[in-house]
Design a protein around this ligand. Structure first.
Ligand code: SIN
Length: 271
């Protein structure tokens, strides 16, 4: 197995692993360590059916069922990511961390892209939330340290995707603004423009100003970012606990298709 970094701190291509076969313990440990070291792993030229995709996911955790899954009856753990000329939106077209509205947001996601746009485009940007935290000044780190934010599924699923909420509504949960990664013990900035509605206990204008400042930091700091250029049959596995991502919809009217599985975290995000 060979690891080829995409940037010095986030993202690496992993060569020499066939994900259609069960990973042995040694291979699993090497992939797991690479996942912790690089946060975003890209596996090229993989031929996977849905069962093999799910089996790779299960090696790392219990499979997550997306809150919007209700329209699909087969493979509830597989989220289809499909954009065509008729799409009114493309999933993930904005900086976000997956499903942080859940009480236990996914610890990671594995997106397997099989169709890339004719003419190019459709890359995904990943941002390093360890570095985003580390680049803040000490005063801001201290201020954010005790704060808790609300993450609301209605923001993307109703607000952007116009889906009808399930009975009782989409999940809404609170998480610390700064969390500690449960495996690396490093601190992470954990608010995202996809799901975070506000910071608790602050005046609305204060919360808005702080969130906008943090989102501007993420969107305007190129060194946070690794860009994954997809080719058909690429699987990318990202650590949802320490990254954000943004799917770029620059390929209209062409199509792009992939399927994602996500893995439920064992623990809630904690400071
Ligand atoms: C997502 O999981 O947010 C979609 C990412 C992508 O399509 O690149």
């Amino acid at each position: 197995m060979e690891i080829v970094p995409i940037t010095p701190h986030i993202g690496a291509e992993v060569q020499g692993v066939d994900l259609s076969l069960p990973l042995g313990n040694e291979e699993f440990s090497a992939v797991h360590q690479a996942f912790l070291d690089w946060s975003v792993l890209v596996f090229r030229d993989q031929e996977l059916d849905r069962e093999q995709h799910k089996a790779f996911g299960r090696r790392f955790g219990k499979l997550h069922v997306h809150p919007m899954y209700k329209e699909r009856i087969d493979h509830p753990e597989i989220l289809r990511v499909k954009t065509t000329a008729n799409s009114t939106y493309t999933a993930g077209d904005g900086w976000h961390t997956d499903v942080t509205c859940d009480e236990f947001p996914p610890m990671g996601s594995m997106l397997y892209i099989t169709e890339t746009p004719e003419g190019g485009g459709g890359d995904t940007l990943f941002a390093d939330m360890y570095l985003a935290y580390e680049l803040l000044s000490d005063g801001i780190k201290k201020m954010l340290g005790g704060l808790v934010a609300v993450h609301d599924g209605a923001i993307p699923y109703v607000g952007s995707y116009k889906s009808t909420p399930p009975e009782g509504g989409y999940p809404r949960n609170e998480h610390p603004v700064i969390v500690t990664h449960p495996e690396t013990n490093r601190k992470v900035l954990f608010v995202n423009s996809g799901f975070t509605s506000h910071i608790k206990g602050l005046k609305p204008f204060e919360s808005r100003a702080i969130l906008d400042m943090l989102y501007r930091h993420i969107a305007s700091t190129p060194k946070l970012i690794a860009r994954v250029q997809w080719k058909p049959n690429t699987l990318t596995f990202w650590d949802n606990r320490c990254t954000q991502h943004h799917a770029v919809w620059d390929y209209y009217p062409h199509s792009r298709y992939g399927e994602r599985v996500s893995l439920i975290a064992d623990s809630r995000p904690a400071a």
